[in-house]
Write a protein that binds this ligand. Sequence first.
Ligand code: ARG
Ligand code: ASP
Length: 713
Amino acid sequence: MIKRNILIASAFFSFSLGIAQQYGGMWIPTELNEKEMKDLGMKISAKDIFNTQKPSIKDAVVQFNGGCTAEIISPKGLLLTNHHCGYGQIQSHSTVQNDLLSNGFWAKNMSSELPNPGVTVDFIVDIKEVTPQILQGTENLQEPELSKKIAANIETYKKTQKIEDYQSISVKSMYYGNKFYAYVIETYKDVRLVGAPPQSIGKFGSDTDNWVWPRHTGDFSMFRIYADKNNKPAEYSKDNIPYVPKHYLPVSIKDKNENDFTFVFGFPGRTTEYLPAIAVEKIMTEIDPARIAVRDVALKTLDEKMRTDDATRIQYASKYASVANYWKKWIGEVEGLKKSNAVQKKKNYENSLAAKNPAIKTTIDQINKLYADQAPFALNNAYYSEVVRNAETLMLANIFSGFIASAEAGKLDEKGIASFKKRLASFYKDYNAELDAKVTAKLLALYANKTAPQFLPAGFAELKDENQNIINFEKLSKNSVITGRSNVNGASLSENIDKAFSNQENLIKSIKKDPVYELFMNMRNTYMKSADPQFTSLQTQIDALQKKYMAQQMETDKDRKFFPDANSTLRVTYGQVKGSSPRDAVTYDYQTHLAGVMEKYVPGDYEFDVPQKLIDLYNKKDYGIYKDKTGDVPVGFTATNHTTGGNSGSPALDAKGNLIGLNFDRQWEGTMSDINYDPRFSRNIMVDTKYILFIIDKFANSKWLIDEMKIVK
Ligand code: ARG
Ligand code: ASP
């Protein structure tokens, strides 16, 4: 029965979603499938989305601070992005007395908006394919000469382009180095915080609901771009004026219907859709499980402490959230790869390609051999990297090893030392040495148990017992200088960095004989000798074959329209508003409502508390124009748009290019879309514009912001 349902569902989707979209699609905005988009319901043209000759939608979409996406929604440079994208800025304006994370923040007028030094937004002014220029003279080159020549060609290309002094050019590799595209970028540097709901709205559901549908998070915050008096980029100045955009997005509060056309415009970070079956199998059965296992241990140990101690909870909140985010994603990814039969699907695809082009069989055979050869090294690499990343004490030792290497090579000047000290200070601020001694002890036991004998550092065979490790490592940690629990030059590194650094020679001498440092260096040196060189050299060979396999897929599969893997460049993905049936007897609706927020409400809970004001609005049903046909306020919705990390904050637009939602997540059953998009289960999750406006208007009483926007009713 399940099988039959799946068959029916996939036939239905490939019909209703169109041929190109069966693999998802993150399209370069200058190469859109206009016809398919129109067939799906789009009422505007590709030229309305991206145009260098006149204002188009791309003029309202920016990369926010190098990671997320944001969009302009008023003629005065008002910017919308996710709460989790603006989190760092909201946090940086917060104090215990004035906690903007807990209470939210709403500027009363422009002069009370808050500056954020260092925060930038990037506009894409132009996109050009520049493959011939970049690959010129590379025909017969192998690595490492190939990369050097490409880098030189990129430099030459950049020098020959005439751009304004407030613009820059970035050249990006696509299709694993088979093509290259140049982006002209304009970076604005005065970006001020305008508004953010309290966490109990902006982060409602927190880690429990993360990656999960049905979702009820109001994950948005607002900023404003400021410019100099000529509307050009400028460093922060109180004399700057609100940026006047070439285009801003009208905000729609129309009801949504299943199958409505929608597209998402933003900066997806990284996907790997064109891997061979063997690579997917390795991720699914070895690499992801290794990373998950390490984070399982780290998260569980932190959680025990965070639940009983408030100071630790606050200190580790942000770190915990970021470790938990990908931990949870990988678990969903493995499940989804299994359920979507990704490995077999890829194998079938390889066979069908090889039947048309026998050269592909040779490529796949070579790739298979390389992955088999690399497997033990790749597994050790996965454990080593994850353990060092999550055992903060080992991470500290790693940071110090870099410092000592630079110092001994005579490469450290005053400035270098100052910035190193700054880095350390920010590390120690959120580091609980005693708690991490436990995490590190457990992770060392895991490493000792999971590492094959040929990669096991001398003496690590004795670290396999977790409980014994906890006792032993606590002693090492207590006697260590780098943990800050033992003094050097008469001071603790975590309490008085300047004093601990007062005699640098002595500091380095002490660190070198520090028991924790010695243990880490033993681990590192063994890894660097027994695994890293082989891992890297095999990876270089795999990369070269992956480039070849990519080119072969493109020249052999003529019916398929290819899009390049995400690489943090501007893309358009499109699809339809849609629910899903991810499991037997389970059906998801495409829309959630405020009533669902109240269903999840747990008074005083750190994830599911609801602000009193919102409860009052709910009780009075004071919804104004923001309710939908059900009489309730829509909160979130899902669609078939193919998105990934970096798409957070991206605008979701309707057939006419009006804003209908704010992308912020994907549903768990479909997160394998980074490797194998499956139209049956892959859904992106957005906050409904009606909920955003409802919160701004009714909850925050900030009608002045609504008045700036163009509302489409
Ligand atoms: N999963 C979303 C993304 O990958 C949201 C992450 C932020 N929220 C959280 N609870 N950690 O970024
Ligand atoms: N939450 C992700 C982001 O921050 C989006 C995703 O992975 O779907 O970009």
